[in-house]
Design a binder for this molecule. Structure first.
Ligand SMILES: [Mg+2]
Length: 366
């Protein structure tokens, strides 16, 4: 992703992304995902009853762990390091990483992604593995592409489409993914939190579908009337929780980010309190707010409470540095190595904890 030579960005400006911004996107994703994970599929009311508004890591005691949202973001980042120039080659690289991710028995996997992974193992080529789905798998993993290719709009769009159409076939999933990636690119261009009107302008151009245009208008009106994130969510009819539909997850995440500008904590909490697909909404808000805050601006008590291995916080930091180096070159620097068999052990532990959470939810408070 050579940035100086490809400057067809959203605003025409050419600014390179820093390692700190890349780290902000990756750590923001991880923090939002890990914080939201224990609340996944709960209603806002039950979340309040469980934790009375106190948001801290609580997946395993006071420890946080990440789910597929972060894992896929890291796979996408690793695939950029393996194939930074050609979108088709990138898609094939990502397909191999997804195959092995799936083979390590992940506890949390979206239905569409699972079916696509099975097709990949059955021998379908990457370009024919996708299944019909409007889920948010593509959106949750592509913020990092907006960061890596912030100054190259064509390559950014090609890579986001390549990543999306590897698993999901629907205009909704793809537009939602582009929306997230364009927001991150805008952060790099404006070197900070973009104004809501700039974001709306960028989003409006992404699709002519009526459903999309209607959503953008709803966001605009809600921002103008200063609706809270919860009020916006109930405008969408999602009072009992944000569903995993890409055009529910992404507008809510973007709204939370715009409604609480330059406020990582406030944006994330406001979105998580809406319940539902909290890990994915959290991952997207975290990526957007993290792009603005940079790695150093992601609350350290949350970052330090993430306990992961082998894809640890320090692994994520190394990845961010290598991605920033990749930005200056077309020559692939290669993925950051990690010990794959360790992921299998980690996933067994993770599955055990997920089951415990499931049992806990059978008990009050309801
Ligand atoms: Mg997840």
């Amino acid at each position: 992703m050579p940035q100086a030579r490809h400057s067809r960005g959203t605003t025409g400006a050419t600014r390179s992304i820093t390692a700190d911004q890349l780290e902000g996107v990756l750590l923001g994703t991880a923090v939002g995902d890990a914080l939201g994970l224990p609340a996944e599929n709960l209603t806002p009311k039950r979340i309040r009853k469980f934790w009375s508004g106190e948001w801290r890591m609580r997946f395993m005691g006071a420890w946080g762990m990440v789910s597929d949202d972060t894992e896929h973001t890291l796979l996408v980042a690793q695939s950029v390091l393996a194939q930074p120039v050609n979108a088709e080659a990138f898609q094939r690289a990502l397909a191999w990483k997804l195959r092995w991710w799936f083979a390590a028995l992940p506890a949390g996997v979206g239905f569409a992604t699972a079916r696509a992974c099975i097709k990949l193992w059955l021998g379908f080529p990457a370009r024919r593995a996708a299944v019909r789905s409007a889920g948010s798998g593509p959106a949750m993993r592509c913020a990092i592409l907006g960061a890596c290719f912030s100054t190259d709009a064509l390559r950014r769009r090609d890579f986001v489409s390549a990543s999306s159409t590897l698993t999901h076939r629907s205009w909704q999933a793809e537009v939602a993914a582009h929306a997230v990636s364009e927001c991150v690119a805008l952060v790099v261009h404006t070197q900070g939190q973009p104004e809501p009107w700039e974001v709306m302008e960028a989003l409006r151009t992404l699709s002519r579908e009526e459903e999309w245009r209607d959503l953008v208008s709803k966001m605009e009106t809600a921002l103008a009337s200063r609706l809270t994130v919860a009020e916006f969510v109930s405008e969408l009819g999602l009072e009992r929780g944000v569903t995993g539909y890409s055009l529910h997850v992404v507008p809510v995440a973007i709204y939370g980010w715009l409604r609480h500008p330059r406020d990582f904590r406030g944006a994330l909490i406001a979105a998580l309190e809406c319940g539902g697909d909290t890990d994915t909404v959290g991952a997207v808000v975290g990526a957007l707010a993290g792009a603005v805050a940079g790695g150093g601006g992601v609350p350290s008590e949350w970052v330090n409470s993430i306990h992961e291995w082998p894809r640890s916080v320090s692994f994520i930091r190394v990845l961010a540095i290598r991605l920033s180096q990749q930005g200056n070159s077309d020559k692939a620097l290669g993925s950051v190595r990690s010990f794959w068999p360790a992921v299998v052990l980690r996933n067994l532990l993770f599955l055990g904890v997920v089951l415990l959470h499931g049992f806990r939810r059978l008990l009050p408070p309801y």
